[in-house]
Design a protein around this ligand. Structure first.
Ligand SMILES: [Zn+2]
Length: 206
């Protein structure tokens, strides 16, 4: 981890910490600053991702940060940056938390035009309303896909059937973990807890 910059606490505080609910399911990312505030207020405990050990704030302060790991310096101590925190009293499963936006739609569709399959930069992709808005089609996850400009032009104000075009996949509301996966700085840590979360989510009937 060469890029660790212990002498720049501001940037470390703005980095991301993975948040788990009480069932150990990843629910979102927060800033290191917010994660430490939550630890301080006992709203969460820190999790050591390799051992799954948990630490309350006082215990966490006594954790010696291994050399090269991210730290926060205060005037009188050095605090290890928690990569993962576990909420103490928040049990709700994440619902439809991925905001609908062109960027997230492009992520869901893997930046591929959903008609011809060509991969494009986000700014070269348009939002296609499968059932056109002029025919009452809504703007949302299940009626929108990304399409390249030529395909969108070709389809025009028609349904795919009317235009003789076929969708590559059935559009669905994306899994909330999509955004986590993309934005999480440490994919390995996330994958680890997604495995645990998957078990937990089945147990609670999610
Ligand atoms: Zn296309």
């Amino acid at each position: 981890m060469e890029r660790a910059a212990p002498d720049r606490p501001r940037s470390v505080l703005a980095e991301r910490t993975l948040v788990l609910n009480r069932s150990w399911i990843p629910i979102h990312l927060t800033s290191v600053r917010r994660a430490l505030v939550m630890l301080f207020h006992h709203a969460a405990v820190a999790v050591e991702p390799d051992t799954y050990s948990t630490y309350d704030f006082e215990q966490w302060l006594r954790v010696e940060p291994p050399p090269g790991t991210r730290i926060v310096r205060t005037p009188n101590r050095v605090i290890a940056v928690p990569a993962v925190i576990l909420l103490s009293n928040y049990d709700r499963l994440p619902g439809c938390t991925v905001p609908f936006s062109r960027r997230n739609l492009a992520r869901r569709d893997a930046h591929r035009c959903q008609y011809c399959g060509r991969r494009q930069a986000t700014d070269q992709l348009t939002i296609d309303h499968i059932v056109p808005r002029s025919c009452g089609g809504g703007t949302g996850w299940t009626n929108c896909v990304v399409a390249c400009i030529p395909c969108n032009r070709k389809k025009g104000c028609r349904t795919p059937e009317q235009a003789g075009m076929k969708l590559l996949s059935t559009p669905r509301r994306p899994d909330w973990s999509l955004v986590l996966a993309v934005e999480s700085g440490d994919g390995a840590v996330l994958a680890k807890f997604q495995g645990r979360g998957g078990l937990a989510s089945r147990a609670v009937g999610a």
